[in-house]
Structure formats: structure tokens, C-alpha cells
Design a protein around this ligand. Structure first.
Ligand code: DX5
Ligand code: ZN
Length: 226
């Protein structure tokens, strides 16, 4: 995997041709697929579940699948997604009664574990979890929809999260999700993110490879990330 990873969000893909879209974006240079799961309870939108993840695997998708649960509760879906071929599963701390237990459940089922923090959710949630995290997902929009505008307070939060990760000495990815575009990806990387979810920036364009190449070119100019 590249030092920086680009994770196209299938939320903005054509759901009627999801397998083709997944292959196309991977052929265009994506590092992984970001898979947004919304339940119409935790967030006011409804998307795709484990059956669709399994269908992508059965279709022949071998890439890393980064499942982002925006659901409440999470534990049953963690097990279902692990069985359906998820590579990494993240969830929001507000969406489960026992965050530590849900993180353990993810690893127990052989997946990487991530915790997703909404714009108003503080980094304090991470304090006693450093041994259980493979990834921290900083939401740069409120979860529920693609195509929203990046919230500037995220820069400061990413920088603080990067400091905490470095101080922990752990191998933890720092993912950012929402409003990531060719034009702001370098600034977001400079703040400390290493994994970039991008939905509308990629799937609304006719040439996915061009967008991903432009993102990578802009990331090349960033040097102060670990
Ligand atoms: C928002 C989702 C995001 C979304 C990002 O709730 O978690 O992954 O698809 O979309 P863009 O890149 O369009 O902001
Ligand atoms: Zn997401």
C-alpha cells in the first residue's frame, strides 16, 4: 500500500452497476474500497449491507474493503460484515454501549478495527483504546450523505489525532472522510491524515484515473507526514 491511501467511497458510485464500478475505480488506481453502511436510525439515510459486500466478493473483488458502519447498534453487523468479506470495520462510539468490546469483536473476527469520530465528537474517546485500534476515522462532514462540504475545524482535529498516534507508537492509520477533493487533499494530508475517503470527487467525474492521479500528484508535495 502507498504511504497515502485513496479510498473511493462507493456511496457515490452507480449502485445498479456496483461490481463494474468497483473494478473500474480499482483499475483507476484506488488503494481500497470505502463501503458506507447507513441504517436510517443512526444517520438519516439507508444504503447497503453485508449481502452487498458479499456480492462484491463473489463478483471477484479482491481489494481491501473498508466498511464504515453508520448504524446503531453495531455488534451483529460487525460479525455479518466480517463473514461477508470486510477487511476493516469502523463504527461510531455513540452507536454502541461498549466501545472496547465492539473493537475487540472486530479483531476477533479477523478484521482491522477502526473508530469513527463525528465532527463534534472529541478525541477523548481514544484515550484507553490504543491497543485495540488499527485506524481512526475523522469525519470531516456529518455522516449520512455524500457531496457535503469539508468542515475546516477538521484540520486541527487531524493534527491532534496525528500527535496522539505518534505518541502512542502504534501502527494506526488516520483516515479522513467527507468533502475530500483534488484541491484540498494536500492540506488535509499536511494536517496528518494518511488515508483519504473520496466519493463525489471521484464518481461524478468521467475519468476516475485522472482524479486519482491528480490527488496523488498533490499528495507528493506534502512532506511533513509520518
Ligand atoms: C458520509 C460518508 C462518506 C461519503 C463521502 O457519511 O461516510 O464516506 O461518501 O462522500 P464525499 O467524498 O462526497 O464527501
Ligand atoms: Zn464513510
Amino acid at each position: 500500500m502507498h504511504k497515502y491511501a485513496i479510498a473511493p467511497s462507493l456511496l457515490s458510485a452507480d449502485f445498479a452497476r456496483l461490481g463494474e464500478e468497483a473494478n473500474a475505480v480499482l483499475a483507476a488506481g484506488a488503494d481500497m474500497l470505502h463501503f458506507d453502511v447507513m441504517d436510517n436510525h443512526y444517520v438519516p439515510n439507508l444504503t447497503i449491507g453485508p449481502l452487498v459486500c458479499e456480492a462484491l466478493r463473489n463478483y471477484g473483488i479482491k481489494a481491501y474493503i473498508d466498511v464504515h458502519l453508520m448504524t446503531r447498534p453495531v455488534d451483529k453487523l460487525i460479525v455479518d460484515f466480517a463473514k461477508a468479506g470486510a477487511s476493516r470495520i469502523s463504527f461510531h462510539p455513540e452507536a454502541t454501549d461498549h466501545v472496547d468490546r465492539s473493537l475487540e469483536l472486530i479483531r476477533h473476527h479477523g478484521c482491522h478495527a477502526g473508530l469513527a469520530l463525528n465532527p463534534a465528537t472529541t478525541l477523548h474517546h481514544l484515550e484507553y483504546l490504543w491497543d485495540k485500534l488499527d485506524m481512526i476515522l475523522i469525519m470531516s462532514v456529518n455522516p449520512g450523505f455524500g457531496g457535503q462540504k469539508f468542515i475546516p475545524a477538521t484540520f486541527d482535529k487531524l493534527a491532534k489525532a496525528r500527535q496522539l498516534i505518534n505518541a502512542s507508537g502504534k501502527d494506526i492509520r488516520l483516515e479522513v472522510d467527507g468533502g475530500i477533493k483534488v484541491d484540498n487533499i494536500a492540506e488535509v494530508a499536511a494536517a496528518g491524515a494518511d488515508t483519504f475517503v473520496a466519493g463525489s470527487a471521484i464518481f461524478t467525474q468521467p475519468d476516475y484515473a485522472k482524479v486519482i492521479a491528480e490527488m496523488r500528484a498533490n499528495l507528493k508535495s506534502v512532506s511533513n507526514n509520518s
